[in-house]
Design a protein around this ligand. Structure first.
Ligand SMILES: NC(=O)c1ccc[n+]([C@@H]2O[C@H](COP(=O)([O-])OP(=O)(O)OC[C@H]3O[C@@H](n4cnc5c(N)ncnc54)[C@H](OP(=O)(O)O)[C@@H]3O)[C@@H](O)[C@H]2O)c1
Length: 254
């Protein structure tokens, strides 16, 4: 049987890399995408190839519509199909919530350009192929920041709130051919927070998170990847939903 194709944006690291590996392991071909550094993407691609996948490595800044269209054209040329899109690429600025003057309009626009507009542009670019798939699905990687208002910055939390709304709007617009859902991870062990917070604050955050979460754990990239598989492949009657993968931290008082 012809292998299906999964495009994972921001898959040179963390959640995206784990998702690309999982789809490869389960018999799909994958696109590994990055915007800055090619070497980590090539390393993830090698892992996916070792799992049996045909892999396209594509530099694409999702904030740039021409890049998104070029990625879609490359997928069309390579396989002529796309079955699942995981809009995982994201960005932020680490600013304490009380420090309002630490954020300006440019910060909001840069963060929205990747986290919201990027997901929209990538979906629009791949829509023609997703529509032709017998099981087209889009998964947006959001965050619990969307519902708590907490996170690396107010601009980031607001962008993920917008991404949840985009998920609902696209689910309505693209059904019945394409399902659209989102995942809201809690604290995930990836370079994202480790680099953004510094080692000491990161370690304290991990301990604080474990102390508050009902499941007393932080999240691994593979936990999110398995949910991206569930929403992409198994959840055939679910669209427009946001599924938390947060070790149930929202059940506990802050
Ligand atoms: N880690 C957490 O605790 C956590 C929690 C909730 C939600 N999330 C969400 O999960 C997603 C992935 O985060 P992560 O923790 O796995 O981060 P990560 O390890 O830092 O990986 C981020 C990936 O996105 C790529 N990227 C960044 N900007 C891009 C752009 N404009 N276009 C295309 N690719 C881009 C990066 O590659 P380049 O640098 O080469 O571009 C990298 O591959 C993000 O949307 C984030 O908001 C993370």
């Amino acid at each position: 049987m012809e292998r299906k194709v999964c495009v994972v944006t921001g898959s040179s690291s963390g959640i995206g890399a784990a998702t690309a590996r999982l789809y490869a392991e389960r018999g799909w071909n994958v696109v590994v995408n990055f915007s800055r550094e090619a070497a980590p993407a090539e390393a993830v691609a090698d892992e996916c190839r070792a799992l049996g996948a045909d892999v396209l490595v594509q530099r694409c800044n999702v904030a740039d519509d021409a890049d998104c269209l070029a990625l879609a054209a490359a997928v069309q040329a390579r396989w002529g199909r796309c079955d699942v899109l995981v809009n995982n690429a994201g960005t932020t600025k680490f600013v304490h919530a009380r420090k309002l003057d630490g954020l300006d309009a440019e910060d909001f626009q840069r963060i929205y350009a990747v986290n919201v507009v990027g997901a929209f542009q990538m979906t629009r670019a791949l829509e023609p192929m997703l529509k032709l798939s017998p099981s087209g699905a889009v998964i947006n990687v959001s965050s619990i920041a969307a519902s708590t208002g907490m996170g690396s910055s107010i601009a980031y939390a607001a962008s993920k709130g917008a991404l949840n709304t985009l998920t609902m709007a696209l689910a309505r617009a693209l059904g019945p051919a394409i399902r659209v859902n989102a995942i809201a991870p809690g604290l995930v062990e990836t370079p994202w927070l480790q680099n953004g917070m510094g080692a000491e604050r990161y370690a304290a955050s991990v301990e604080g998170y474990k102390a508050r979460a009902a499941l007393a754990e932080i999240i691994q990239p593979e936990d999110v990847a398995r949910t991206a598989w569930y929403l992409g492949v198994d959840a055939t009657k679910t669209s427009g939903e946001v599924l938390a993968v947060d070790a149930a931290i929202k059940l506990m008082p802050v």
